[in-house]
Design a protein around this ligand. Structure first.
Ligand code: XIL
Length: 396
């Protein structure tokens, strides 16, 4: 009996050290039975899954918004106020005020922060893009400017960020791929070449060694045919190569901006993405989930109700896919109320605001079917197949 007992204790220690005991004690029954009144945060805690939302800092002045944002979620992302154009509108003059308002909110609610974003082609300040366009900023100087930005921003928030989106949306889509294959796109690749991606991760690690460093992108929800136009495959190969070179990348964020007008993924396809990235040794996260509906010209209950059901399916399938992998550590929605969603004004190809009703609550903050689907999925998933998330330490 003795050796056996040692073995059992040994296994328990290994399970505890690997960040998630496999016993049902952790992901077992919650203290009280879940109901429609349970918050997403409480339901997700049982899986050690962080559940998050993007925060519109101006909306924090609305008490109802503030209350829901503070209680329903365990992680938050700044929707805009950590972007370069907001942080450094004038060259050399950083303005941290809005970002700090956001950080204070997260702190007061004991929420972990996804930092968004260190390097992106969009929402750059005019002094930077115009300086490069008119030649007053040289390419050599530009690399120094990027290094300085990554170090300054990651350094400023050092120790306060759980996951950083270090590089965002660096590669083309199948529809805008040149030469029939996915490649690097945009301002940074054009001016510095693709090597900036590895540089950015190294600079971020130097500035904040405890943050998990993520590559973040859209249309990487599931693998396609593995060919030259498969964006998920391209990102997979990129991450694999970065890891082989010892570049400090800890995770891949799939934004998951979906629309019910396109074909649905099955939860199996979505799970496969998480499981395959996990095998590379990186965590995954769903970072900007929303599911748009192409609104009919005349909106009635008959036309909108099926859309809301299709939307609920996508929200739930994305969550099932994440729960299938213990390395999928957070599920963040890109805003939680239809009244404020960016989809109300963005043009997704059919005119601004034509694809909307994308969030989990209506414009009066009432939970939609998608919200109930998330609650139910979180409430009833569990061992033996859904196990608590594995705690991720920053890697190399
Ligand atoms: C969006 C914001 O939600 C809008 O308010 C802003 O006008 C444009 O950017 N991918 C990203 C996010 O990584 O930063 C974008 O956020 C949505 C797409």
């Amino acid at each position: 009996m003795r050796p056996r007992r040692t073995l059992v204790i040994g296994l328990a220690v290994v399970a505890a050290l690997s960040g998630g005991a496999t016993t049902t004690a952790v992901a077992g029954r919650p203290a009280s039975p879940p109901s429609q009144d349970s918050t997403l945060r409480a339901l997700a805690d049982r899986h050690r899954l962080a559940i998050g939302t993007a925060i519109d800092v101006d909306a924090l002045d609305d008490p109802q918004y503030r209350q829901i944002a503070g209680t329903d979620f365990s992680t938050v992302t700044a929707e805009n106020v950590m972007k370069w154009e907001v942080l450094e509108p004038v060259r050399g003059q950083y303005d941290w005020s809005q970002a700090e308002k956001f950080m204070a909110f997260a702190k007061s609610n004991d929420q972990r922060v996804r930092g968004h974003v260190l390097v992106w082609n969009n929402q750059l300040p005019a002094w930077l893009t115009e300086g490069v366009a008119d030649g007053s900023i040289t390419k050599t100087e530009l690399r120094g400017i990027l290094r300085n930005h990554v170090k300054t921003v990651a350094g400023h928030f050092k120790g306060r960020i759980w996951q950083w989106d270090v590089v965002n949306e660096a590669v083309t889509d199948s529809f805008d791929a040149t030469d029939g294959r996915i490649g690097y796109k945009g301002f940074w690749a054009q001016n510095l070449g693709p090597g900036y991606v590895a540089d950015a991760f190294r600079w971020a690690r130097e500035a904040d060694p405890k943050a998990l460093l993520f590559y973040n992108d859209y249309n990487i929800d599931a693998f396609g045919d593995g060919g030259p136009l498969d964006k998920t495959q391209f990102v997979y190969d990129m991450v694999r190569d970065l890891r082989r070179k010892g570049v400090p990348i800890d995770g891949v964020g799939s934004q998951a901006h979906l629309s019910t007008r396109y074909g649905n993924y099955s939860a199996f396809q979505l799970a496969d993405m998480h499981l395959r990235f996990a095998k590379l040794g990186v965590a995954t996260a769903l970072t900007e989930v929303d599911v748009r509906n192409l609104l009919p010209e005349t909106q009635t209950g008959d036309t909108v109700n099926p859309l809301l059901q299709a939307q609920a399916y996508d929200y739930a399938a994305l969550l099932q896919g994440c729960l299938a992998s213990r390395q999928c550590i957070s599920y963040t929605v890109w805003g939680f109320d239809d009244g404020r969603s960016w989809t109300n004004t963005w043009d997704f190809g059919s005119g601004p605001g034509r694809e909307a009703l994308a969030t989990i609550r209506d414009a009066s903050y009432q939970p939609k079917l998608a919200y109930r689907a998330l609650q139910a999925e979180l409430a009833w998933a569990g061992p033996p197949l859904v196990l608590p998330r594995v705690t991720q330490p920053p890697g190399r």
